[in-house]
Design a protein around this ligand. Structure first.
Ligand SMILES: NC(=O)c1ccc[n+]([C@@H]2O[C@H](COP(=O)([O-])OP(=O)(O)OC[C@H]3O[C@@H](n4cnc5c(N)ncnc54)[C@H](O)[C@@H]3O)[C@@H](O)[C@H]2O)c1
Length: 298
């Protein structure tokens, strides 16, 4: 079982540019009934909705800042009221701050990255996920993580790496919590041609204000990055067959392997002096079973 796209509403946050725009267009190519292109920048979202309309698709642009919980709740209610429960919601909006060692990263800059990438993803998955879980229709959530979700591709992007680890963590938790008719995936792209290098040009005043990115970084992403269209195709290929983890760049396997090796080695060092007596998940399961027995007895 995977996401149903054909004839169903699809929502994309951060849909005005880059990977989000490509996801919105790919949804149309795969027969989505309606695409909601949402972005903090309404003009960019409108331009993508117009491209979809020019291709014969049905789309609407909506402004929503993913960090605004009330605004996200309104968006989710409006989409469901007007178009029905989405077959797929892409929690894609994300930002990156200037490349710098973590110890030199301003707290306000880190807060901006965490608020958009972590809180914004929680808001999106939460507002849509609650409506999906409450209904009967099959639905799917997909968050955009990164190769920074599975390991540390490079230093000097500490707040971003932390935020993308959090995206993978929250999706894995939701995988265990969502009812059977709602699925979840996390797409983990590597370097992709987009305007992410210039994200801080739109950083709100409260988090340090606008700061132009390095055009050299933009040219590098353009030349070396995978196209956003290929990332979107691989994301949809994965989500329609129901894969939880959807990597798009094979090179990132090395970062995931390094993390897995480090973990296994660290735990193997313990195996001679510790046992499984402190199995937390077994203890939690036993505790929940007791609590449920107590409730039944009441
Ligand atoms: N480009 C890459 O190399 C790469 C690699 C891995 C993961 N990603 C992730 O892909 C996602 C999309 O990034 P992209 O590369 O397409 O960048 P992008 O800058 O081209 O597009 C991001 C979009 O998100 C929007 N946005 C920013 N803050 C927002 C907010 N608070 N609320 C709503 N929308 C907001 C922007 O206006 C923009 O349209 C992000 O989550 C990013 O972390 C990108």
């Amino acid at each position: 079982m995977g996401a149903q796209i054909r004839g169903r509403p699809v929502v994309v946050t951060g849909g005005g540019n880059g990977i989000g725009a490509a996801l919105a267009l790919e949804a149309t190519r795969r027969g989505a009934g309606h695409v909601t292109v949402s972005d903090v920048d309404l003009e960019d979202a409108r331009a993508v909705a117009e491209r979809i309309a020019a291709q014969g698709g049905d789309a609407a642009a909506r402004r929503c800042d993913v960090t605004d919980a009330a605004g996200m709740e309104e968006l989710a209610q409006a989409v469901v009221a007007e178009h029905g429960v989405p077959g797929l919601v892409c929690a894609n909006a994300g930002v990156v701050s200037a490349v710098a060692p973590l110890l030199d990263t301003a707290s306000s800059d880190a807060e901006w990255v965490v608020r958009v990438n972590v809180l914004g993803t929680i808001n999106t998955l939460g507002s849509f996920g609650r409506l999906m879980a409450a209904g009967q229709d099959q639905g799917w959530l997909m968050a955009t993580g990164s190769e920074h979700s599975v390991g540390v591709p490079h230093a000097n992007s500490g707040a971003y790496t932390a935020s993308k680890h959090a995206v993978l963590g929250m999706c894995d938790v939701l995988r265990a919590e969502l009812p059977g008719h709602v699925g979840i995936s996390v797409v983990c792209p590597g370097l992709t041609a987009s305007r992410l290098w210039n994200a801080a040009s739109r950083r709100p005043e409260v988090f340090g204000g606008s700061s132009e990115g390095d055009p050299g970084a933009g040219a590098f992403m353009e030349q070396m990055g995978m196209s956003a269209e290929t990332v979107a195709q691989r994301a949809f290929d994965g989500v329609t067959v129901g894969h939880f983890l959807i990597p798009t760049h094979y090179n990132a396997r090395a970062y995931a392997q390094q993390r897995a090796d480090d973990m296994a080695e660290a735990y193997d060092r313990l195996s001679e002096i510790d046992t499984t007596d402190y199995d937390f998940s077994r203890a939690v399961a036993a505790f929940l079973a007791t609590a449920s027995d107590d409730r039944d007895a009441d």
